[in-house]
Design a protein around this ligand. Structure first.
Ligand SMILES: [Fe+2]
Ligand SMILES: [Fe+2]
Length: 324
């Protein structure tokens, strides 16, 4: 299979698993097309054409040498070290044709925050008025954009290009998979307490393996006996959202948030809003999302030989369907 085919499957599945729903995502793509057409010729030169077909600014093909892909090195964070690791493994006889990263690299890293707009739509689905959701999300996006601006975004890209190593990254498409998968799982399982939430998470191998590695799901606010009625799985949309959203979510009837990680500031806001909060785990949750998307790639395009690195553990779910 070609790298481009893998990437296309990833984007399509990301859309299918998007918590906003496919229709909303496709509307957004149409809007982007109109915005592009309205640009001046001068501005069109700087427009990222990929945005016309791919709604996820944080997911891109980093480098494609055009060769067939059978073996891939998959990791949560890929930097120059992992690219050199791939070369070393090839020397040792492993067949590695490409690298798949979760966290953004290159252009996907430079503009990853553009994807945060989707958060406003997700908050509105959970009952926050769209006006408040958009205003808070816009402010937070600006803050994140300014923070990431000075980074050296193209470091790993440069290494991949010099070594002619095919590479792509899938961030929001994979995070959509884990967010939707867990949201539906909780809706089916109907946890009664925070203790039940921990047990439900630990049914998935990614969480039980990470529990053995010393990073289990934990309760950040509340305790095991606390009652649970309405859960919000907050795991996609680029990065942590606006902290003021928690009070809004609480007012909208949410009592429990389950996320990958929470900063000190976000933790305080969660406590002020009197929300129950479960930290499922960062790398374990990212790994689950990557596994769901790799299952889809293998289902559509055939078997891949997968080498695990940078926190990633391959867990195959032979039959995972988009649960409604
Ligand atoms: Fe992620
Ligand atoms: Fe992550």
């Amino acid at each position: 299979m070609k790298l481009k085919d893998i990437f296309d499957v990833i984007i399509q599945f990301g859309i299918q698993m998007d918590p906003r729903g496919e229709k909303e995502v496709k509307e957004q793509l149409k809007k982007t097309k109109k915005e592009f057409e309205a640009l001046s010729e001068k501005d069109k030169k700087f427009f990222d054409m990929e945005k016309l077909v791919n709604p996820y600014s944080d997911s891109r093909i980093v480098f494609d040498n055009g060769k067939d892909v059978e073996g891939v090195l998959v990791g949560i964070d890929i930097d120059v070290a992992e690219i050199l690791l791939a070369e070393k493994l090839k020397e040792k006889g492993k067949k590695i044709d490409a690298i798949i990263s979760h966290h953004p690299v290159g252009r996907a890293y430079a503009r990853f925050y553009d994807v945060m707009d989707m958060q406003a739509d997700i908050f509105s689905i959970f009952g926050v008025p769209i006006s408040a959701a958009e205003e808070l999300t816009e402010k937070r996006k600006k803050e994140v954009g300014e923070k990431v601006m000075p980074a050296n975004h193209y470091r790993a890209y440069d290494a991949a290009k010099l070594l002619e190593m095919s590479m792509l990254n899938t961030h929001t498409p994979s995070d959509n998979c884990v967010a939707t998968f867990l949201q539906k799982k909780f809706e089916r399982a109907k946890p009664q307490t925070l203790g039940d939430i921990l047990d439900i998470l630990l049914e998935e191998k990614e969480y039980s393996e990470y529990a053995k590695r010393g990073v289990p799901p934990v309760i950040l606010n509340g305790d095991k006996k606390r009652k649970v009625k309405k859960v919000f799985v907050d795991m996609t949309g680029g990065t942590e959202g606006p902290k003021d959203i928690y009070m809004r979510l609480s007012n909208a009837g949410i009592d429990t948030v389950v996320g990958m990680h929470f900063s000190e500031e976000h933790k305080k806001a969660v406590q002020t809003a009197n929300l129950n909060c479960v930290v499922a785990g960062h790398i374990s949750s990212d790994t689950l999302g990557m596994n769901l998307i790799l299952d889809e790639v293998e289902k559509k395009l055939g078997k891949l030989t997968i080498y695990e690195t940078s926190g990633f553990i391959r867990v195959k779910r032979i039959e995972h369907k988009k649960s409604k």
